[in-house]
Design a protein around this ligand. Structure first.
Ligand code: ATP
Ligand code: MG
Length: 268
């Protein structure tokens, strides 16, 4: 997919690939220029996390999978960054949990809506919602609050990756159970979420799908227990702790344990 060669053994391979995809998203009219800035902000937090899925985020991803499987009408919201970074992966998640996909943009333009729908369809999506725009999130000005009445408007559980704080709050006030993916544990969006996932979208979405597949045969009681065991405040606090206590020196391997305070330094 890339016309720029990035050597796979480059220490910042994942980060460079991500930047390239976002850049390509802007060129294709999928991602807004604002989206570039959002990505930069996210990267800084990911650097502090060690560019890995910490254990508390993995637990949040499992709870998110359980919550999506329990839902009557789950909807995955897709914006320009999500479409550029994880188009195939978000389609696979929608299939795994039987959710609708809805394009929902902070800076809504018909061109960009259409470009994202087309891009998702190229990645196998069907019946992507968002273009109708006949519903509304109360409490937001028109352009920001437009949704499909039979999509996000009717959803009981919504996954909103990289959502703006105001919209996340307005959705929660509508009584939706919100799952937010955001690398900044201090941002309002994850703080309003029932299930905040403090992880990079490129790792989070495939991992929620993996958990969903693993839980495909679980009973509602088992799924409910996973959701009930999850503590949002604890997850936010844990991510903040890892960021504050983390050490510089390069990204840790994926899913590595968070460094314990008395662990010996590497290379000693
Ligand atoms: P507020 O406090 O109102 O929520 P904000 O920090 O959300 O403000 P934005 O820049 O609009 O303001 O939000 C972008 C958010 O998306 C940031 O919190 C950033 O950490 C997050 N983000 C950006 N890229 C990614 C990514 N690849 N994966 C996960 N989160 C990301
Ligand atoms: Mg936010």
């Amino acid at each position: 997919m890339s016309d720029v060669e990035i050597p796979e053994d480059h220490p910042r391979y994942a980060s460079l690939l991500t930047r390239h995809r976002i850049e390509e998203g802007v060129e294709k009219g999928i991602t807004s220029r604002q989206g570039l800035i959002a990505q930069g902000r996210g990267e800084a937090f990911d650097y502090l996390l060690g560019e890995r899925t910490i254990d508390s985020a993995d637990a949040a991803e499992r709870a998110a999978a359980a919550q999506l499987l329990l839902a009557d009408h789950p909807v995955l919201s897709v914006n320009g960054n999500v479409a550029a970074l994880v188009p195939g992966e978000i389609v696979a998640l929608a299939e795994a949990v039987d959710a609708d996909l809805e394009v929902n943009l902070f800076n809504r333009t018909e061109e960009r809506m259409r470009a994202i729908v087309d891009h998702l369809e190229e990645h196998g999506a069907e019946n992507v919602k968002g273009l109708t725009g006949d519903g509304e999130i109360p409490g937001l000005e028109h352009a920001r609050g437009t949704v499909d009445a039979d999509g996000i408007g009717a959803a009981d559980v919504v996954l909103v990756p990289l959502e703006d704080g105001d919209r996340a709050e307005a959705l929660a006030e509508m009584g939706k159970t919100e799952i937010v993916v955001d690398l900044n544990p201090g941002s309002r969006s994850p703080q309003t979420a029932a299930i905040p996932i403090i992880d990079n979208i490129i790792r989070a979405v495939p991992n929620v799908t993996e958990h969903a597949r693993d839980l495909a045969d679980a009973t509602d009681e088992e799924l409910r227990a996973i959701v009930d065991d999850f503590d949002a405040d604890e997850a936010l606090a844990d991510a903040e702790r890892v960021m504050r206590e983390g050490e510089f020196g390069g990204a840790a391997p994926e899913n590595a344990e968070a460094p314990s305070p008395d662990a010996p330094l590497a290379d000693e």
